[in-house]
Design a protein around this ligand. Structure first.
Ligand code: NAI
Length: 289
């Protein structure tokens, strides 16, 4: 299968690795050349680390890297069977990209979005053939997280959903079929996890590391809410909360946090910018609070 990936940021890079590891030919496109370069370098680092850990061989690494092509135009995805979009969480931009992509690909190409919170129906509506559109929602980091939500829109054909469920299962992931509602399953459940933690912090009841430590020790979470928001990116996390809040007609349960909004505006995006709720060193490890 030839898989196209649009957007070579955090998610696109991870999904490309998953698809290439499963033996597919993968074409990765990003509007920014430096993002493609960064993605390539990150993969080199990840695979080298996996060799050191004894998880893959040098030959596996060559095979995975050999399966991926980095391309500088959307049109280069013209011969793909499945395209997964992982660009900025903005409906207008996604719709424009989908509409342009459809003019290049064959009528059988499945076009999927990795959106965290936008309605798949509204993304599908930008296509001439909306029945080919579906949500495929990976979690971060895509190569490690087993769960993938598959979200058919009202327009999606049963055949497309079935094909995508089979493909993602072949990629050794666990599929959760979700309805096209704001935040689907996991991101909806996760909103109060972040939101309540932010409120505890804003009310001055505890600092971020105390809240993180409590949830890790007692709740058994691998990462505390603030570590996780920094890991996801405060810009991405804030936008998802705002979208879910708006889509649920301003239900206060999903109210976004001004603290997070300010961090995002300041460019304190978390691990990817070196600063968020915590400060990070060059290896992406927490330096200080
Ligand atoms: P990111 O900011 O790391 O990467 C986005 C990439 O898309 C950038 O490299 C950017 O240059 C590129 N891009 C922007 N506009 C483009 C266009 N028109 N054509 C081609 N490339 C374009 O973002 P991230 O975190 O990878 O998120 C991508 C999508 O995945 C979003 O929809 C987000 O909601 C979703 N998502 C994010 C998760 C996370 O933990 N970060 C988890 C699951 C889903």
């Amino acid at each position: 299968m030839i898989v196209g990936i649009i957007g070579s940021g955090t998610m696109g890079s991870g999904i490309a690795q998953v698809a290439a590891t499963a033996g597919n030919t993968v074409k990765v496109f990003d509007t920014r050349k430096e993002a493609l370069e960064k993605s390539k370098l990150a993969l080199e680092k990840i695979l080298s680390r996996l060799i050191v850990k004894g998880r893959i061989t040098e030959a596996d690494k060559d095979h995975i890297q050999g399966n991926i092509q980095y391309v500088d135009s959307l049109k280069s995805l013209d011969n793909t069977d499945l395209v997964i979009e992982a660009i900025v969480e903005n409906l207008d931009i996604k719709q424009k990209v989908f509409s342009e992509l459809e003019s290049y690909v064959s009528e059988n190409t499945i076009i999927a979005s990795n959106t965290s919170s936008l309605s798949i129906a509204s993304i599908a509506a930008s296509l001439q053939k909306p029945e080919r559109c579906v949500g495929i929602h990976f979690f971060n980091p895509a190569p490690l997280m087993k769960l993938v939500e598959v979200i058919p829109a009202v327009q999606t054909s049963q055949g497309v959903t079935q094909k995508v469920v089979e493909t993602i299962s072949d990629w050794k992931k666990v599929v959760a079929l979700a309805k096209d509602t704001p935040g689907f399953i996991v991101n909806r459940v996760a909103r109060p996890f972040y939101g309540e933690s932010l409120r505890i912090f804003e009310e001055g009841l505890a600092d971020v590391s105390t809240i993180d430590k409590s949830l890790k020790e007692l709740g058994g979470f691998r990462m505390g809410p603030f570590e996780l928001m920094d890991f996801i990116g405060n810009d991405v996390n804030y936008t998802v909360t705002e979208t879910v809040f708006t889509a649920f007609y301003y239900d206060p349960r999903y109210k976004p946090s001004l603290t997070q909004k300010r961090l995002s505006e300041a460019g304190y995006l978390g691990r990817k910018s070196g600063k968020g709720y915590y400060n990070y060193n060059n290896d992406g490890k927490i330096d200080s609070q």
